[in-house]
Design a protein. Structure first.
Length: 324
């Protein structure tokens, strides 16, 4: 059967990169990107979808004969705390819409991203296991924990092949931060390249699990490519990249920018981070489908700095061209 992929939430930090990787894997004509608004200069098939509208999702699924759905649309942790009830409504309604459409239209595979935000004070802080107790302290985490159970339910009740990863903080140069508690680890590199002082909303020793974008995308595709019988966890898989604190990032950055300045000004996001793991045990993902990270903090820093320098240099050239 020909694979036709629909990505819901394709404009986001993860979605924009994952969509490109899926286009490279399946072909440009076999991947439909979608979001609330069209993406500027996007070359490929793009459909405007409000994922709270089940009929609109159905239209696109039927029109293109979609076989796989990657459901990435959600309000993230820090943004979610500003409007808790709205965050719950949107995160859950969009998931239910995708699950129901997938069930009714015989979708082959569904990807649902979860997060380390599902963990709370009941989980061990170090080497948090896959089956740790979930008592999330944010509405985003609550919605993801509930979503994991619904994903498992749809698999057990209807045989719907839903697969999920609990992402740690994702670091990438491809897009700007999207409102998550771990987003300092993206913004800090932008400030370094621009040679600006960085104000960090977490404490200098706030250690959190992180993953480089390339590792996160590869993990997602490897999970979705794995044989169905190898997927033993139907809630969500822990994946770990590395764990580090803001102070450790600064130490790496100063190897390239010795005068880089930072001020630590913890806000409400520190309280969120305090309840999240320091490190993740991803043995289940390693054993079931061969997951293994490739990037450490040194290689992440070198790549982020190089790519962002290229990006800002290209932006300056484009601006000069437009002025002339």
């Amino acid at each position: 059967m020909k694979t036709i992929v629909l990505v819901i939430g394709a404009n986001g930090q993860l979605g924009s990169v994952l969509t490109q990787s899926l286009r490279e894997k399946f072909g440009e004509s076999n991947v439909i990107a979608s979001d609330l608004r069209p993406k500027d200069n996007y070359k490929g098939i793009f459909e405007t979808i409000d994922a709270t509208d089940i009929n609109r999702i159905k239209e696109v699924v039927v029109q293109y004969q979609v076989t796989q759905i990657y459901h990435l649309a959600a309000i993230l942790s820090a943004k979610g705390e500003e409007t808790p009830l709205r965050t719950w409504d949107i995160n859950m309604k969009t998931l239910f819409n995708v699950l129901e459409i997938s069930r009714l239209h015989n979708i082959d595979k569904v990807f649902f991203p979860s997060s380390i935000a599902v963990f709370g004070e009941g989980a061990p802080l170090n080497d948090t296991p896959n089956n740790a107790y979930l008592d999330p302290a944010t509405v985003y985490g609550i919605s993801k924990a509930a979503g994991e159970n619904w994903a498992q339910y749809y698999f057990m009740r209807y045989g719907l092949d839903v697969r999920s990863i609990r992402y740690p903080g994702v670091i990438g140069y491809q897009s700007l931060p999207g409102g998550g508690t771990t987003d300092y680890a993206v913004d800090i590199y932008h400030k370094a390249v621009l040679e600006e002082k960085f104000s960090c909303f977490l404490k200098e020793d706030a250690t959190l699990p992180m993953i480089f974008m390339e590792d996160a995308i590869r993990a997602t595709i490897e999970l979705m490519d794995a044989p169905k019988e190898d997927i033993k966890v139907r809630t969500s898989y822990n994946i770990g990249g590395i764990s580090f604190s803001p102070a450790e990032v600064v130490q790496e950055i100063r190897k390239l920018y010795p005068d880089f300045q930072i001020a630590y000004e913890p806000d409400f996001r520190q309280e969120i981070a305090d309840r999240w793991p320091n490190s993740i045990d991803d043995t289940s993902a390693m054993n079931d489908w061969g997951w293994k990270p490739e990037f450490d903090l040194t290689s992440i820093t070198a790549t982020m700095i190089q790519k962002l320098k290229e990006k800002y240099a290209a932006g300056s050239k484009n601006l000069e061209t437009a002025k002339s």
